[in-house]
Ligand binder design. Structure first.
Ligand code: AMP
Length: 212
Protein backbone atom coordinates (compact mmCIF):
# COMPACT_ATOMS: atom_id res chain seq x y z
CA UNK A 1 0.00 0.00 0.00
CA UNK A 2 1.40 3.40 -0.81
CA UNK A 3 2.14 5.85 1.97
CA UNK A 4 1.82 9.46 2.91
CA UNK A 5 5.08 10.34 4.62
CA UNK A 6 4.49 13.28 6.94
CA UNK A 7 7.63 15.15 7.98
CA UNK A 8 7.04 17.07 11.18
CA UNK A 9 9.45 19.43 12.84
CA UNK A 10 9.93 23.03 13.87
CA UNK A 11 10.73 25.61 11.22
CA UNK A 12 14.45 25.31 10.58
CA UNK A 13 14.73 21.65 11.62
CA UNK A 14 15.69 20.68 8.07
CA UNK A 15 12.51 18.98 6.85
CA UNK A 16 12.54 20.77 3.51
CA UNK A 17 16.16 19.93 2.76
CA UNK A 18 15.65 16.27 3.62
CA UNK A 19 12.39 16.04 1.68
CA UNK A 20 14.11 17.45 -1.39
CA UNK A 21 16.90 14.88 -1.05
CA UNK A 22 14.37 12.05 -0.79
CA UNK A 23 12.68 13.30 -3.92
CA UNK A 24 15.97 13.59 -5.79
CA UNK A 25 17.41 10.24 -4.73
CA UNK A 26 14.36 8.07 -4.23
CA UNK A 27 11.90 9.72 -6.57
CA UNK A 28 9.29 10.21 -3.85
CA UNK A 29 7.55 13.49 -4.63
CA UNK A 30 7.96 16.25 -2.05
CA UNK A 31 4.81 18.26 -1.56
CA UNK A 32 5.53 21.38 0.44
CA UNK A 33 2.64 23.65 1.39
CA UNK A 34 5.12 26.45 2.18
CA UNK A 35 6.57 26.20 -1.36
CA UNK A 36 3.08 26.17 -2.87
CA UNK A 37 2.11 29.29 -0.94
CA UNK A 38 5.38 30.99 -1.87
CA UNK A 39 4.61 30.28 -5.54
CA UNK A 40 1.41 32.29 -5.16
CA UNK A 41 3.50 35.29 -4.14
CA UNK A 42 3.63 36.90 -7.55
CA UNK A 43 -0.03 36.40 -8.39
CA UNK A 44 -1.93 39.64 -8.46
CA UNK A 45 -5.13 38.48 -6.76
CA UNK A 46 -6.68 39.46 -3.42
CA UNK A 47 -6.17 35.88 -2.19
CA UNK A 48 -2.47 35.92 -3.07
CA UNK A 49 -2.05 39.26 -1.29
CA UNK A 50 -3.72 37.88 1.80
CA UNK A 51 -1.55 34.75 1.76
CA UNK A 52 1.54 36.91 1.41
CA UNK A 53 0.59 39.10 4.39
CA UNK A 54 -0.12 36.10 6.63
CA UNK A 55 3.13 34.40 5.64
CA UNK A 56 5.36 37.37 6.19
CA UNK A 57 3.86 37.81 9.66
CA UNK A 58 4.78 34.18 10.38
CA UNK A 59 1.16 33.15 10.95
CA UNK A 60 -0.75 30.19 9.56
CA UNK A 61 -2.99 30.22 6.49
CA UNK A 62 -6.53 28.92 7.12
CA UNK A 63 -6.98 25.17 7.45
CA UNK A 64 -9.62 25.12 4.70
CA UNK A 65 -7.50 26.85 2.07
CA UNK A 66 -4.42 24.83 2.98
CA UNK A 67 -6.31 21.58 2.76
CA UNK A 68 -7.84 22.48 -0.63
CA UNK A 69 -4.35 23.03 -2.00
CA UNK A 70 -3.07 19.75 -0.55
CA UNK A 71 -6.06 17.81 -1.80
CA UNK A 72 -5.73 19.15 -5.34
CA UNK A 73 -1.99 18.67 -5.50
CA UNK A 74 -1.90 15.15 -4.03
CA UNK A 75 -4.79 14.02 -6.23
CA UNK A 76 -2.30 13.75 -9.10
CA UNK A 77 -0.02 11.30 -7.32
CA UNK A 78 -0.23 7.58 -8.02
CA UNK A 79 2.24 6.33 -5.43
CA UNK A 80 3.72 7.39 -2.08
CA UNK A 81 4.49 11.05 -1.47
CA UNK A 82 6.04 13.25 1.21
CA UNK A 83 4.16 16.04 2.92
CA UNK A 84 6.51 18.76 4.08
CA UNK A 85 4.79 21.33 6.29
CA UNK A 86 1.36 19.71 6.44
CA UNK A 87 -0.48 19.01 8.74
CA UNK A 88 0.31 21.84 11.14
CA UNK A 89 -2.88 21.90 13.25
CA UNK A 90 -5.20 19.30 14.80
CA UNK A 91 -7.90 20.19 12.25
CA UNK A 92 -5.46 19.62 9.38
CA UNK A 93 -4.42 16.27 10.86
CA UNK A 94 -8.06 15.23 10.91
CA UNK A 95 -8.56 16.32 7.30
CA UNK A 96 -5.50 14.29 6.37
CA UNK A 97 -6.95 11.15 7.98
CA UNK A 98 -9.96 11.44 5.69
CA UNK A 99 -7.82 12.14 2.66
CA UNK A 100 -5.62 9.11 3.39
CA UNK A 101 -8.70 6.89 3.61
CA UNK A 102 -10.06 8.35 0.37
CA UNK A 103 -6.71 7.83 -1.35
CA UNK A 104 -6.23 4.38 0.19
CA UNK A 105 -2.88 5.25 1.72
CA UNK A 106 -1.34 4.78 5.16
CA UNK A 107 0.23 7.63 7.10
CA UNK A 108 3.80 7.47 8.40
CA UNK A 109 4.90 10.43 10.50
CA UNK A 110 8.57 11.24 11.01
CA UNK A 111 9.67 13.91 13.44
CA UNK A 112 12.89 15.77 12.69
CA UNK A 113 13.91 17.23 16.06
CA UNK A 114 16.39 19.93 16.93
CA UNK A 115 16.98 22.07 20.08
CA UNK A 116 15.63 25.61 19.88
CA UNK A 117 19.01 27.46 19.97
CA UNK A 118 19.99 25.52 16.89
CA UNK A 119 16.70 26.34 15.17
CA UNK A 120 17.28 30.06 15.46
CA UNK A 121 20.72 29.79 13.92
CA UNK A 122 19.41 27.67 11.08
CA UNK A 123 16.59 30.07 10.32
CA UNK A 124 18.63 33.23 10.35
CA UNK A 125 21.40 31.60 8.30
CA UNK A 126 19.08 30.12 5.70
CA UNK A 127 19.33 31.28 2.07
CA UNK A 128 17.66 29.85 -1.03
CA UNK A 129 17.90 30.01 -4.79
CA UNK A 130 14.91 31.83 -6.28
CA UNK A 131 15.26 29.78 -9.49
CA UNK A 132 15.50 26.14 -8.31
CA UNK A 133 14.60 26.45 -4.63
CA UNK A 134 17.87 24.83 -3.46
CA UNK A 135 18.32 25.57 0.24
CA UNK A 136 21.65 26.71 1.71
CA UNK A 137 22.82 27.83 5.12
CA UNK A 138 25.65 30.27 5.66
CA UNK A 139 26.70 28.27 8.78
CA UNK A 140 26.06 24.66 7.91
CA UNK A 141 25.66 24.37 4.14
CA UNK A 142 27.27 27.33 2.38
CA UNK A 143 27.21 27.57 -1.42
CA UNK A 144 30.55 27.06 -3.22
CA UNK A 145 30.68 30.75 -4.04
CA UNK A 146 29.41 33.26 -1.55
CA UNK A 147 25.71 34.06 -1.94
CA UNK A 148 25.40 32.43 -5.38
CA UNK A 149 23.52 29.23 -6.25
CA UNK A 150 25.78 26.26 -7.14
CA UNK A 151 23.42 25.33 -9.98
CA UNK A 152 22.57 28.83 -11.18
CA UNK A 153 25.80 30.83 -11.06
CA UNK A 154 24.06 33.98 -12.31
CA UNK A 155 21.58 33.96 -9.46
CA UNK A 156 22.04 35.63 -6.10
CA UNK A 157 20.61 33.70 -3.15
CA UNK A 158 17.72 35.25 -1.28
CA UNK A 159 16.73 35.32 2.36
CA UNK A 160 13.11 34.28 2.91
CA UNK A 161 10.89 37.23 3.83
CA UNK A 162 9.60 35.32 6.85
CA UNK A 163 13.07 34.44 8.16
CA UNK A 164 13.38 37.81 9.92
CA UNK A 165 13.60 37.81 13.70
CA UNK A 166 10.03 38.82 14.43
CA UNK A 167 8.26 36.29 12.25
CA UNK A 168 10.75 33.60 13.27
CA UNK A 169 9.66 33.96 16.88
CA UNK A 170 5.96 33.89 15.88
CA UNK A 171 6.59 30.78 13.76
CA UNK A 172 8.40 28.99 16.57
CA UNK A 173 5.64 29.87 19.05
CA UNK A 174 2.96 28.71 16.60
CA UNK A 175 4.85 25.46 16.14
CA UNK A 176 4.96 24.85 19.91
CA UNK A 177 1.30 25.64 20.37
CA UNK A 178 -0.38 24.16 17.29
CA UNK A 179 1.91 21.66 15.61
CA UNK A 180 3.88 20.00 18.40
CA UNK A 181 0.74 18.32 19.82
CA UNK A 182 0.51 16.39 16.54
CA UNK A 183 3.69 14.54 17.49
CA UNK A 184 1.89 13.08 20.52
CA UNK A 185 -1.07 12.29 18.33
CA UNK A 186 0.98 10.25 15.85
CA UNK A 187 2.85 8.64 18.73
CA UNK A 188 -0.38 7.54 20.41
CA UNK A 189 -1.65 6.09 17.17
CA UNK A 190 1.71 4.29 16.69
CA UNK A 191 2.67 5.92 13.44
CA UNK A 192 5.58 8.06 14.63
CA UNK A 193 9.29 7.72 14.04
CA UNK A 194 12.04 10.16 14.97
CA UNK A 195 15.22 11.42 13.40
CA UNK A 196 17.82 13.62 15.06
CA UNK A 197 18.10 16.83 13.00
CA UNK A 198 21.56 17.70 14.38
CA UNK A 199 24.70 16.91 12.44
CA UNK A 200 25.48 16.85 8.77
CA UNK A 201 22.98 16.44 5.98
CA UNK A 202 24.18 13.02 4.87
CA UNK A 203 24.00 11.46 8.35
CA UNK A 204 20.47 12.73 8.82
CA UNK A 205 19.53 11.54 5.36
CA UNK A 206 20.88 8.03 5.98
CA UNK A 207 18.89 7.81 9.19
CA UNK A 208 15.76 9.02 7.49
CA UNK A 209 16.09 6.77 4.47
CA UNK A 210 16.27 3.69 6.69
CA UNK A 211 12.78 4.47 7.98
CA UNK A 212 11.19 4.74 4.57
P1 AMP B 1 7.23 26.60 5.56
O1 AMP B 1 7.97 26.81 4.30
O2 AMP B 1 6.72 25.18 5.74
O3 AMP B 1 7.96 27.09 6.78
O4 AMP B 1 5.90 27.48 5.46
C1 AMP B 1 5.98 28.89 5.30
C2 AMP B 1 4.65 29.54 5.66
O5 AMP B 1 3.60 29.06 4.81
C3 AMP B 1 4.15 29.28 7.08
O6 AMP B 1 4.76 30.12 8.04
C4 AMP B 1 2.66 29.57 6.91
O7 AMP B 1 2.40 30.94 6.83
C5 AMP B 1 2.37 28.95 5.54
N1 AMP B 1 2.04 27.51 5.66
C6 AMP B 1 2.78 26.46 5.20
N2 AMP B 1 2.18 25.28 5.50
C7 AMP B 1 1.05 25.59 6.17
C8 AMP B 1 0.03 24.81 6.76
N3 AMP B 1 0.04 23.47 6.73
N4 AMP B 1 -1.00 25.48 7.38
C9 AMP B 1 -1.04 26.82 7.42
N5 AMP B 1 -0.10 27.61 6.88
C10 AMP B 1 0.95 27.01 6.27
Amino acid sequence: MSKIIVLIGAPGAGKGTQARLLEERRGIPQISTGDMFREMKNDDTPLAKEVQAIMSAGKLISDELTFQIVKNRTGREKDSYILDGFPRTAAQAEMLENLATEQNRTIQAIEVYLPSEELLKRLTGRRSCPVCGEIYNIYSKPPQQENVCDFHPATQLTHRADDNEESVSTRLATYEEKTKPLIDYYQRTERLEKVDGKGDLETIYQELEKLI
